[in-house]
Design a binder for this molecule. Structure first.
Ligand SMILES: NC(=O)c1ccc[n+]([C@@H]2O[C@H](COP(=O)([O-])OP(=O)(O)OC[C@H]3O[C@@H](n4cnc5c(N)ncnc54)[C@H](O)[C@@H]3O)[C@@H](O)[C@H]2O)c1
Length: 249
């Protein structure tokens, strides 16, 4: 796809910083949007995705969006999940439609298939029925469904990504170290950046796709990684614990 500037929402977060760094390394212009300014990124809209006007400003002149800004796990529904993971999603989709965005890449989660992750069968495919863990994951199912609707109704190319576990804190690194399944779905910051760059650059004729993104499994292949490779050309480079030294929070 021929892209100009890529808008990265949630650009200051764990994955957002990795995506911005990878895009910059590839010589692609990136604009950030976050409630906190992103270090090293001049083109930045500091604001809330719950603010329709701020999202509209961020979207000006944009052809591809990586939408990461969200409450990144279960939290209070009414004060956190509802504004950030429902209302903000609506504003991002609508601003993207009005700006004529061609490619929308959405951060979904492996928590969408949580209960199958507990009991198999493996590898879990993108079209296996969702088994969401709880409200956060149920809203990621909604995000994927809204992506499908916009792909069909507005001819937008939409890629929903069920992300593995990219730790935000040293505490999460310790949790991953202690669980077999978590080491299998670990996603290093470097692989996360490369994955999203592949998704931005993937062929324009993808109408809608759901794919998984992880690093190489430590032991068992839990998610079917074939669509990410065939559609987007993504192949993981890292395996647990490579990249954990970058997690300092
Ligand atoms: N890290 C993981 O393991 C993981 C796994 C699955 C899915 N995800 C998804 O990936 C995305 C990024 O996750 P992360 O781990 O980088 O989280 P993070 O908390 O490190 O980053 C999220 C960023 O979004 C920003 N943000 C949150 N609400 C906002 C709002 N209303 N307006 C503007 N900015 C807002 C925050 O300031 C933060 O910088 C999220 O959508 C999350 O649900 C992450």
């Amino acid at each position: 796809m021929n892209h100009s500037t890529v808008l990265v929402t949630g650009s200051t977060g764990r994955i957002g910083r990795a995506v911005v760094a990878e895009l910059q390394q590839r010589g692609r212009a990136a604009r950030g949007m976050d409630r906190v300014a992103t270090p090293g990124l001049d083109d930045m809209v500091v604001g809330e995705i719950t603010d329709a006007e701020a999202v509209r400003r961020a979207m000006e002149g944009i052809h591809a969006v990586v939408h990461l800004a969200a409450t990144p796990d279960d939290d209070d529904f009414l004060t956190q999940l509802l504004p950030n993971n429902v209302v903000g999603v609506y504003h991002v989709f609508e601003a993207a439609r009005l700006a004529g965005v061609k490619r929308l890449v959405l951060a979904s989660s492996g928590q969408v298939v949580w209960w199958q992750r507990e009991r198999g069968p493996f590898p879990i495919k993108a079209d296996d029925p969702p088994t969401p863990r709880y409200w956060y994951a149920a809203l990621k199912v909604m995000l994927e469904a809204a992506g499908r609707a916009y792909a069909e109704a507005h001819q937008m190319s939409v890629i929903a990504v069920r992300l593995g576990w990219c730790p935000r804190t040293r505490g999460q690194v310790a949790e991953i170290a202690a669980a077999d399944w978590a080491r299998d779905v670990y996603l290093s910051p470097g692989d996360a950046g490369r994955f999203f760059a592949c998704a931005v650059e993937a062929p324009a004729d993808i109408s809608f796709a759901v794919v998984y993104a992880t690093s190489k499994p430590a032991q068992t292949l839990r998610y079917d990684m074939t669509p990410a490779k065939e559609l987007l050309g993504y192949e993981a480079r890292d395996t647990w614990p490579q990249g954990t030294e970058l997690v300092t929070g």
